[in-house]
Design a protein. Structure first.
Lengths: 250, 250
């Protein structure tokens, strides 16, 4: 929890610790029981919702800054996190309009360019922590969002587009599913993220044939006549695919 | 051509015109007669090759800055240009080591984060123009590059990865092929960029079935018994696919 005093110090001399002109916006998608949500925050003094974000320390690698900010907001550090786009084109980004009275004369009043990162988290695991600029957080459905502060509607739209494209080239699920899962569980995860139906026979077969998941030879007992097979990720193949990208088909 | 006087003025007061801390690196791929090259520059006073790049004006949208820089270097403005990654992690980016003696005390000595853009150009159309930081340019094969300045080997590797992934989701070729082209011509273009063989029957069929290219009902006479059909892009479908992304298969 950040105090008023800390906020004032940040406004007065944050530029000694952080790079100016550049920020990180975090698009945090939460997946839980076949639902996809997004984390929004109520920004202090601005009467509106926006994405959480933060600044990059003077000598901090930016991917480390993104992990630190995510950890500060959610308490999580084992998450799927991807840089997806730099925002520096919208009128808000170009015109450098300081909309918050208390920052109008601070180092924050300069134009900011924003590096977008999206994260996929299991939203029941998140511990939300109000911060220096945000009073409280809310999870929202990704569909039908209200108008957000700054250019954050654009940011989220772009993040979803990149997330969906990325699903064709990178495996996901390792931090979102239990260690052992059924084929319908991973099918639902992909269907939820892609927002479309997949072939329920072929899709899991492809995951197996690519070596991303493997049969554990165990079953889950969920009824007298239902005991679906349990699968797990092949961590070695999974990590390689994360690093190099996979091609499902062209 | 930039003079010494202009360089000195840029070092002294460039921060009045440009954002500090952030630059653009241009990965310019040149395609010509089934070859893929990359444009490198000999940086003044640094005894090495690196990517061309530039700075963003205080109130300039960053995608416009990228187009301006590309036009300044190559004379071209109708090119395929994509933002692909922000570089702010390598030791060079974090440690803020001003390696050029003349910039050690200027506004340029601060840490820079770099936004990578890659362009695809027809390299015979390019007019190269030395600039304020670069003496002369050279085209190099993308394979087997020498060690480059800064973190530019990483930048190029990442650009190639993104270019190849992108080919599965965006059409390319509109500025690289003649208005009317044969199926082998577009097949070779994709094979060169992807650096792998494609199915020479199925691949063009997919382009047609996606509506990206269409039969012009004309042929090209290239011999007594050879007159392959000519195709053209369907500009409406092409532009939509560029904007929304396509999915070939999963």
């Amino acid at each position: 929890m950040k105090t008023e005093k800390e906020l004032l110090r940040f406004l007065k001399q944050g530029d000694k610790e952080y790079l100016s002109n550049i920020t990180i916006d975090c698009v945090i998608f939460g997946y839980h029981e076949r639902q996809l949500k997004i984390l929004l925050g109520s920004w202090k003094g601005l009467n509106g919702l926006g994405l959480p974000g933060g600044f990059i320390k003077k000598n901090e690698p930016i991917s480390q800054a993104a992990l630190r900010i995510l950890k500060e907001k959610t308490g999580l550090d084992d998450v799927y996190l991807e840089q997806f786009h730099v925002f520096g084109d919208t009128p808000y980004r170009v015109n450098n309009n300081a909309i918050h009275p208390s920052i109008a004369k601070s180092w924050l009043s300069g134009r900011t360019i924003s590096v977008g990162y999206y994260a996929l988290v299991e939203f029941s695991k998140v511990t939300l922590e109000p911060d220096i600029l945000i009073d409280r957080y809310e999870w929202h459905d990704v569909e039908g969002l209200p108008p957000l502060l700054f250019d954050h509607n654009d940011t989220i739209k772009t993040a979803l587009h990149h997330l969906r494209i990325n699903l064709y080239h990178k495996p996901i699920g390792y931090t979102l599913l239990e260690k052992k899962f059924t084929l319908p569980e991973i099918l639902f995860l992909y269907e939820t993220l892609l927002k479309r139906k997949l072939d329920r026979r072929n899709f899991p077969r492809k995951l197996v044939s690519l070596g991303l998941i493997k049969d554990t030879k165990e079953v889950r007992k969920i009824g007298q006549h239902r005991s679906p097979k349990l699968y797990s990720f092949d961590k070695k193949n999974y990590d390689r695919a994360l690093k190099e990208g996979i091609v499902w088909a062209i």
